[in-house]
Design a protein. Structure first.
Length: 264
């Protein structure tokens, strides 16, 4: 019986890791803007880097809050998980259409979908699990009723719960020392979430087989990293996935994974 339960849990976890993201809703509140792909966000192949995608997600979040007049009432958020599906690479030069909407919500957090289409045919789908924070107490803070009601127009999931997708322990072998910059620090005095993607890009560049077709990046943040902490990154590369553990003094602070997606 224990083996059967373990097998079921493994299958359920695998389904989470590869399940498609929610489609664009046919109605409800969707933030919709056009942007330009900057040269600072492209790699040596003139395609949009993963950290460039993360920056667009961050900017879209702030612009969305400004658009609906909620920046003052909901200024502080932390991301618990980001999923990025590169379905068709976005190549420079191009214009981008960025759409952002809610795919699940509870009184103190929500999942926000962002779809990035390029006028040259590129497509990136993403979802972030965002927690609304009280900066003074560094604890989750309740959303206003108006904000909740607006975000809820694009989802029937109004009791969103957190479930970790990546929880394997870090390998016992030594990792590779990696240093964040002081410039990577955010207003919480943590390393900003987009900076983690610089490291993911560095390691993913050595696994071209995983990114040859549609592929998914997952990054879960367990505990903040501060500038100057001794960070090691442990990598395990298999034919099915690249997994990275961000550890400080053997404590896992974040886990990232890159895996191929089925080509529809």
């Amino acid at each position: 019986m224990k083996n059967q339960l373990a097998g079921h849990a493994d299958r359920a976890a695998a389904e989470l890791l590869s399940a498609p993201l929610a489609p664009v809703p046919g109605s409800g509140h969707i933030f919709d803007v056009d942007r330009r792909l900057s040269t600072v966000d492209m790699d040596e192949n003139r395609t949009m880097r993963i950290d460039g995608i993360a920056r667009h997600l961050q900017d879209a979040g702030v612009d969305h809050l400004m658009h609906i007049g909620s920046l003052e009432s909901h200024p502080h958020w932390i991301v618990r998980r980001t999923v990025i599906d590169v379905l068709r690479p976005i190549a420079w030069p191009t214009r981008l259409r960025v759409r952002r909407w809610c795919s699940g919500i509870s009184p103190r957090w929500c999942t926000m979908r962002v779809r990035i289409d390029s006028d040259a045919g590129g497509l990136v789908d993403t979802e972030g699990f965002w927690i609304h924070m009280n900066k003074a107490t560094m604890s989750p803070s309740r959303l206003t009723d108006d904000f909740f009601d607006l975000m809820a127009t694009t989802t029937d999931d109004h009791r969103l719960r957190w479930r970790q997708w990546l929880d394997a322990p870090a390998p016992a072998a030594d990792g590779r020392r990696y240093a964040f910059r002081r410039a990577d620090t955010d207003h919480f005095r943590h390393i900003t979430n987009t900076a983690y993607w610089h490291a993911v890009h560095e390691f993913a560049a050595d696994t071209p087989g995983l990114t040859r077709g549609p592929h998914r990046y997952i990054l879960e943040y367990n505990k903040p990293i501060r500038f100057g902490e001794p960070l090691d990154i442990h990598a395990v590369d298999t034919p099915d996935a690249l997994t990275l553990w961000f550890t400080v003094d053997q404590e896992t602070r974040a886990i990232a994974q890159l895996r191929p997606l089925e080509d529809d």
